[in-house]
Design a protein around this ligand. Structure first.
Ligand SMILES: Nc1ncnc2c1ncn2[C@@H]1O[C@H](COP(=O)(O)OP(=O)(O)OP(=O)(O)O)[C@@H](O)[C@H]1O
Length: 298
């Protein structure tokens, strides 16, 4: 049984399908990244999985509990952690009081260990916290009861680069210990670094579901060529080149074919310099994020 099984999950708000028949699994022991442009439907999926809103049709299971079954979902909540994007703490409490409150509900066997990594000022009222301190308190709260499955919405927002690294390392260690992590993010470098698999949602539809390695491998190479002669576009550009940008004597493009034919093509030109690199996730995602029919171009 996967940690999460999403089946034809649909949530409508009037004419808007915030989630439109979404289907995917999150396997146990993986870090799953959930990506998509603003308004794509990520938070809606997360809220559905937590039972905070009800699906219009379809369903999902979380650690075996059907999200439509309130009692079953309440039972598994003790095994689930949640780090929301907007942290709604009781502002008048100190950090310690807020953690004590959560501890009474679900436990806190990992509180001290987490506070060594992430250390919000526990004795101060939360209303005086910076965004980073708030996020650290949220992280401690989400993990301190040692949940099997943790949902995080934009988990590193507000954290400085060192704390971001610390969280990434922590998440990877959790995965290696068999925990399942699901998170949404706009920070593609972090997704590329930590996620095993990603689902991309756009306008309520799941447009791709792939492991990161495959996605990167399938997505071509980033090529930059500098010529000693003006670029003859009609001769130079082939069908395998996408996102071609020509500036003066330089050409930048994503190459979707094999390297050998590319090199054979390039020897026909007076090449001064060339750089062939692997694409970064952000180049790939720009294809998926574009307006138009679902799926990348071409
Ligand atoms: N309570 C609501 N009432 C009406 N429409 C809603 C409601 N919640 C979400 N929507 C709409 O559903 C769509 C998906 O929104 P959602 O917040 O899930 O997107 P998101 O991918 O999390 O976006 P972002 O990255 O900006 O946080 C949007 O068109 C949004 O306007």
């Amino acid at each position: 049984m996967p940690a999460v099984r999403v089946m034809e999950l649909t949530k409508r708000y009037g004419d808007t399908a915030a989630n439109d028949r979404i289907t995917f699994d999150v396997e146990r022991g993986e870090i799953f990244g959930f990506l998509g442009p603003n308004g794509a439907g990520k938070t809606t999926t997360i809220r559905l999985l937590l039972g905070l809103i009800k699906p219009t049709s379809g369903t999902a299971t979380v650690l075996g509990a059907d999200i439509r079954d309130r009692r079953a979902l309440t039972d598994v909540k003790a095994r689930v952690g949640y780090l929301p994007d907007t942290l709604g703490f009781d502002e008048g409490l100190t950090g310690r009081q807020a953690l004590d409150h959560f501890a009474r509900m679900h436990g806190d066997e990992r509180r001290e260990e987490l506070l060594e990594l992430f250390h919000p000022p526990l004795e101060k009222p939360i209303e005086t916290y910076s965004e980073g301190n708030r996020r650290m308190l949220g992280i401690v709260q989400a993990f301190m009861h040692d949940p099997e499955f943790v949902i995080m919405d934009e988990p590193t927002s507000g954290l400085d680069p060192l704390k971001q690294d610390r969280l990434h390392q922590f998440i990877e260690n959790e995965r290696d210990a068999g925990k399942t992590l699901f998170f949404s993010s706009h920070v593609l470098s972090e997704v590329q670094r930590v996620c095993d698999r990603v689902g991309i949602i756009r306008a309520g539809e799941l447009v791709t579901l792939e492991d990161i390695e495959t996605l990167l491998r399938q997505s071509g190479k980033e090529v930059w060529v500098h010529l000693r002669e003006p670029v003859d576009e009609s001769r130079f550009v082939t069908e395998q080149m996408i996102d071609v940008e020509i500036v003066d004597r330089s050409v930048r493009f994503t190459y979707t074919g094999e390297t050998q034919p590319l090199l054979e093509h390039l020897v026909q030109f007076d090449v001064d310099d060339v750089d062939i690199g692997n694409p970064q996730l952000d180049t790939i995602f720009k294809h998926y994020y574009r307006e138009g029919p679902a799926g990348p171009t071409p």
